[in-house]
Design a protein around this ligand. Structure first.
Ligand code: MOS
Length: 713
């Protein structure tokens, strides 16, 4: 009998806690003598602080202390590896100088007995500035003097890549397109805003409750900045109410909460308001992407140029890596990928779900949709003709690639053959214009080092621990399944614990690598535990034998990526996504159907996997149609820093039909079960499928996201 929980659609083991409100999120932890902090922020986007007048604020009701540069500690620098070239997050320590680089920059914290008192007192703080006109527009000529061509994305991916002779190839091309695509600034909008509660348990021991998907990184960061050993810092984070790329980098709020707590000698809770989510902790930068693509008479790509311009803040060099997938998604002898970075007086950018891939593959897949009909070829057929049988950028074979099957299965399920190739040719009974669009999907399949401990207790439960995270994707459930499978015990006997910096090392929760990284540690530690138990008892112990245990049986395990495999092969997940849109006379777009077929290795839990992809697709629809952060050109402040004017897709925007399917074949070169990541692939490619469907429906090619009704009428 097959009793393994792997591949079964198990409901979430923490589902009940979440729906009953029993799951405790960062802002919900209560501490004795807790005080509340509210940020003092810069109203200007460029210049310097002359004076911060706290006279009125100090005597407001309930105020217990105000942290500014005057009384701030001299933070030591962030750990070097977090500020290396192109790393996300800021490289400037807060409250150490008077410079202002963007609106909303943190200038201090007002601490009071209640959140309301702190909010009121913060409104009484008067900041005098010496202001300069800010530069906030990407094409602004004043920004050009700050332009650089960064070498690497987070120190690892090449951002300037040339293969062959693109100019020569384009000059001789039979068909050619030249087009610029642009994507706006976008902000992460998880339901849970940032929250840090800092508490000095002794003068040199700090306890922090925070929503972070980098528990170990935050521990190292605080240790470095306060000059303490890492073991003196403890971070607790059992649940994260969504991240979407946020909550993993060095922003000032944790340092400020800790400094404020030291100042007032009480635990301090610092929780962001929704508007602060737009200026205080990262965003996706705006991008301008220029494509020149040429094909021969058979629709085969001969040359592809992808030139991106994007921006960072004056205190960061993070670059949205739009061109990375253009290096190798299709076979082309001539490729030229460049990234140009300018500095703007806008909050520092950072990864947002599928950094680079989301805007970059949007542009690439629209460009493919534009060149395919130029070459007289159906978009799916065009992609098959330009299929890359190996990674031409790294010059390596793929670890496993079933993308052909994704196209074929997806086209069949969606009934792509019913598409009339002529744009603006299909109409619904209500008169709306109907369009079918598709796109290729790709996302890297990475793996990181991770550790875990396991212990078998007297009561027969097995506790497995790792300092990993639950951002809503289902870590508790998937890891419990892997542990139960390895041990051969029911899932109910396993308790997986995470979210504590005292547990063994786990990587930041990002890059879609959690399952492929923490999974092997869980499988390894449970394998060792099983062996140890069997060595002792000769079989899995019964109740009486368990009761005889004087102490739990314990094991520890660390897994590392297999270097040889990583060097030999190129690791990606793939997919093909198809959408049907209806566009009415007012230019309103409804996505009616979405079909996605994904090749992401073995599926550990199809129910969680479907949820991940569904959320990703909805986010992609949101990206295509709604999301845009709008800075005011005169002041550099965000004019729509709220959920009324920054639109995100909601239930009413969800297509009535989601058809999500997985190839579900284990990748032989990924560890253990052959699972690859599914966290970010859902948002990738699908925005292009929507844009391509809108073109097919209306004959209008909108190259600038989001595709709002004004662009269609
Ligand atoms: Mo992703 S924004 O690299 O977690």
């Amino acid at each position: 009998m097959n009793t393994t929980p792997i591949g079964k659609p198990l409901p979430r083991v923490d589902g009940r806690l979440k729906v009953t409100g029993a799951a405790t999120y960062a802002a919900e932890f209560q501490r004795p003598r807790l005080a509340y902090g509210v940020l003092i922020q810069s109203a200007i986007a460029n210049g310097r602080v002359v004076k911060i007048d706290i006279t009125a604020a100090k005597s407001a009701p309930g105020v217990v202390g105000i942290l500014t540069r005057e009384n701030a500690p001299g933070f030591k620098p962030y750990p070097e590896d977090l500020t290396k070239k192109g790393a996300p997050g800021e490289n400037r320590m807060p409250l150490q100088d008077d410079e202002i680089h963007y609106a909303g920059q943190h200038l201090g914290v007002v601490v009071a007995e209640t959140f309301e008192q702190a909010t009121y007192a913060a409104s009484l703080v008067r900041v005098m500035y010496q202001a300069q006109p800010p530069i906030v527009d990407l094409p602004d000529q004043r920004a050009a003097s700050t332009a650089t061509t960064p070498e690497k994305f987070i120190g690892r991916e090449d951002l300037q890549v040339k293969r062959g002779d693109v100019d020569g190839a384009l000059a001789g091309a039979a068909h050619k397109i030249d087009a610029t695509y642009s994507t706006p600034i976008e902000n992460h909008n998880p339901i849970e805003t940032y929250s840090s509660t800092a508490e000095w348990e002794a003068t040199d021991r700090l306890l922090v409750h925070e929503c972070t998907r980098g528990i170990k990184q935050l521990q190292r960061l605080l240790a470095a900045c306060f000059g303490l050993p890492a073991e003196n810092i403890r971070i607790i984070c059992p649940f994260i109410g969504g991240a979407f790329g946020s909550k993993g980098f060095q922003w000032s709020q944790t340092l400020l909460a800790a400094a404020a707590a030291r100042l007032v000698q009480r635990p301090v809770k610092l929780t962001f308001s929704r508007p602060q989510m737009f200026d205080s902790a990262g965003q996706r930068a705006r991008t301008e992407q220029h494509f020149t693509v040429g094909t021969d008479n058979n629709g085969k790509l001969v040359g592809l140029r992808h030139a991106t311009t994007t921006h960072s803040s004056p205190v960061s060099e993070y670059t949205e890596p739009c061109g990375n997938m253009s290096r190798m998604l299709y076979s082309s002898p001539n490729v030229d990928v460049t990234h140009r970075l300018v500095k703007l007086n806008l909050t520092s950018p950072c990864p947002m779900r599928a950094p680079g891939e989301c805007p970059g593959v949007f542009a690439l897949e629209c460009a493919m949709d534009e060149i395919a009909p130029e070459s007289g070829i159906d978009p799916v057929e065009f992609r098959l003709r330009n299929y890359a049988d190996r990674d031409e950028h790294q010059n390596k074979p793929w670890s496993m690639k079933n993308l052909r099957e994704c196209y074929e299965r997806g086209a069949k399920k969606f009934a792509w053959s019913k598409r009339n190739p002529k744009p603006a040719s299909m109409r619904g009974p209500d008169g709306s214009q109907i369009g079918f669009g598709m796109a290729t999907v790709i996302y890297p399949a990475a793996q990181q080092k991770a550790g875990a401990t396991a212990s078998l207790n007297k009561d027969g439960t097995v506790i497995v621990r790792s300092a990993t995270h639950e951002i809503g994707a289902g870590t508790y459930t998937a890891m419990s399944q892997l542990a139960a499978d390895t041990l051969g015990v029911p899932v109910e006997k396993v308790r997986f614990e995470l979210g504590d910096s005292a547990f063994p090392v786990a990587p930041n929760n990002g890059g879609s690598w959690l399952t492929a990284s923490v999974g092997p540690a869980v499988i390894g530690v449970c394998g060792d535990l099983k062996k140890k138990v069997l060595d002792q008892f000769g079989h899995w112990p019964n109740e009486q034998e368990l009761a005889s245990l004087s102490e739990p049986i314990q094991t520890e395990f660390t897994s590392e990526p297999n270097k040889n495999e990583r060097e030999k092969f190129s690791f990606f997940s793939y997919g093909a996504v198809f959408v049907e849109v209806h566009v009415d006379v007012f230019g309103q777009v409804r996505v009616k159907r979405a079909t996605g077929v994904y090749d992401a290795g073995r599926m550990i839990n199809p129910k969680l996997a479907r949820s991940q992809i569904m959320g990703g697709l909805l986010f992609a629809i949101s990206t295509a149609l709604f999301e845009a952060t709008i800075p005011d050109e005169a002041t550099g402040r965000v004019v729509n820093a709220n959920l009324a004017e920054y639109h995100v897709a909601v239930h009413a925007d969800t297509p009535p039909e989601f058809d999500i399917d997985f190839i579900d074949k284990p990748d032989p070169h990924m560890p253990d079960l052959g699972a690859r990541g599914i966290g970010e692939i859902g948002i990738t490619g699908a925005p292009a499928a929507v844009a391509n469907a809108i073109f097919h429906a209306t004959g209008k090619r909108v190259r600038d996201l989001p595709i709002t009704p004004d662009k269609l009428i």
